[in-house]
Ligand binder design. Sequence first.
Ligand SMILES: Cc1cc2nc3c(=O)[nH]c(=O)nc-3n(C[C@H](O)[C@H](O)[C@H](O)COP(=O)(O)OP(=O)(O)OC[C@H]3O[C@@H](n4cnc5c(N)ncnc54)[C@H](O)[C@@H]3O)c2cc1C
Ligand SMILES: NC(=O)c1ccc[n+]([C@@H]2O[C@H](COP(=O)([O-])OP(=O)(O)OC[C@H]3O[C@@H](n4cnc5c(N)ncnc54)[C@H](O)[C@@H]3O)[C@@H](O)[C@H]2O)c1
Length: 467
Amino acid sequence: MQHFDLAVIGSGSGNSLIDERFADWNVALIERDPVFGGTCLNRGCIPTKMFVLPADYAVSPTEAERLGVDLRYEGSDWAAIRDRIFGRIDAISAGGLDWRERSENVTVFHGEASFVDNRTLRIGDEEISADRIVIATGSRPRRLDVPGLEEVSDLVFTSDDIMRIDQRPKRLVIVGGGYIAAEFAHIFSGLGTEVTLINRSDVLLRSYDRDISDQFQRLIAGRVKLRLNQKLSSVEKDGKGLIVVTTDRNGIEYEYFADAMLVAVGRDRNSEALNLEAAGVDVRGDGQIRVDAQQRTSVDGIWAMGDVSSDYLLKHVANAEARTVQHNLLYPDSPVETDHRYVPHAVFSNPQIAAVGATEQQLRQWGTPYVTATQRYADVAYGWAMEDEGHFVKLLADPGSWALLGAHIIGPQASTLIQPLIQAMSFGQKVPDIARGQYWIHPALAEVVENALLGLMAAHQPAEIAK
Ligand SMILES: Cc1cc2nc3c(=O)[nH]c(=O)nc-3n(C[C@H](O)[C@H](O)[C@H](O)COP(=O)(O)OP(=O)(O)OC[C@H]3O[C@@H](n4cnc5c(N)ncnc54)[C@H](O)[C@@H]3O)c2cc1C
Ligand SMILES: NC(=O)c1ccc[n+]([C@@H]2O[C@H](COP(=O)([O-])OP(=O)(O)OC[C@H]3O[C@@H](n4cnc5c(N)ncnc54)[C@H](O)[C@@H]3O)[C@@H](O)[C@H]2O)c1
């Protein structure tokens, strides 16, 4: 049996922790997917955002019209966009595998890893042992359990495969109301597909501040048919080969006809194939591996990171956790912890959304005192230039300490505009310092953030600031 200093299961964020500092470690890297590099690169963050941008261009005539510019969207070449995107991604993935396979100290195993005991892994017919094991096995699209699904499986897609389809569907039904539903609703409707989004609850993007999700719903409803509070009861094919999606709302049945259906109802963690019982690794009922802040599992010498163990299914969090594991492997006598205090997140739909910290609903629920201000894009100089409609920044702060408690943005460049607020929260900067302790370039769009901060202060000025 081959023995290693370190075995890493999963070639996504797990792969990136094996840097040059491990040059004198004998490392095994195990990947079960024929495609190397994990979700973000191959079927997640990166290709989706590469599709979002063409969709942004396709919807831009509406915005240009407000400015007196006559643009026309005359269609797009789906196959060309797809081939351009995956032409880059597939090459990066293949190059990454090739590079790893040529590394002197890393052996790549192709196959599914499962534990035999707390230091031994089985991969197919082979067994290997390692002094330390990192589980970075990620997550996969959750399956939908609905009668008839087997018979229409050729028309049913997830985020794993819809980006590679041959033809953009004329009509698409999206099931779900989270990140993936919101991003693909924009991609497909932007490029010209008639999209119907079916959600079982009455709120889209329910983890976001309610003002933000309500506004997202209002704006996206102009481009996508929203069907809320509807539960799928069955799917079938009609005589013309279309998928017929039947739903139920308060006992009333509805039918939708489409060329394809995208299932976006959440993700399940990849832990069951690992035979964790054999190693004694503690796992929650939903498959999330339990870790502490140092990314240690319940078993000494076994770490977990990324989607399989994190509370956040986000690449920047998986990367941060990978850095923690990396440090703790290299310097076991001075371990560090992952900082999960201010995890930001963004939805790359149109409108775009970004947020960090608490929502107003959470603060109310926790009984935390707060003050709030909302600044419309339309009321700052760059927003005038854009003739903006409907986008805003909402801030929440502690009225005593002036610490920011939450920041929520809906509108163009939201994911970029929010960065100084993430920084302020992470480094403990206070509202008056962020607002007035630095220059804000005039008349940049970032003034919408500056004005939101000033709005907080103006509306809720404590005595010491009023002086
Ligand atoms: C459509 C989509 C869009 C997204 N967009 C964003 C975004 O814009 N921003 C963002 O921050 N996040 C985004 N995410 C989330 C992000 O992709 C994930 O959080 C991140 O990729 C998780 O990385 P990971 O290393 O934990 O897992 P992965 O990258 O999934 O890697 C796990 C690897 O382990 C392999 N594996 C699993 N089990 C085994 C086993 N038993 N043996 C061997 N190998 C195994 C898998 O095949 C996989 O390659 C998106 C996700 C999706 C699906
Ligand atoms: N921009 C980003 O950072 C980004 C983009 C895409 C995905 N992601 C990550 O991937 C994760 C998965 O995305 P997602 O959109 O699949 O999940 P999600 O958790 O964001 O949303 C799932 C949605 O499906 C609905 N749902 C769940 N079960 C259902 C059922 N049986 N029938 C009908 N509806 C059902 C839920 O009500 C919810 O609206 C996200 O949580 C996010 O962390 C991030």
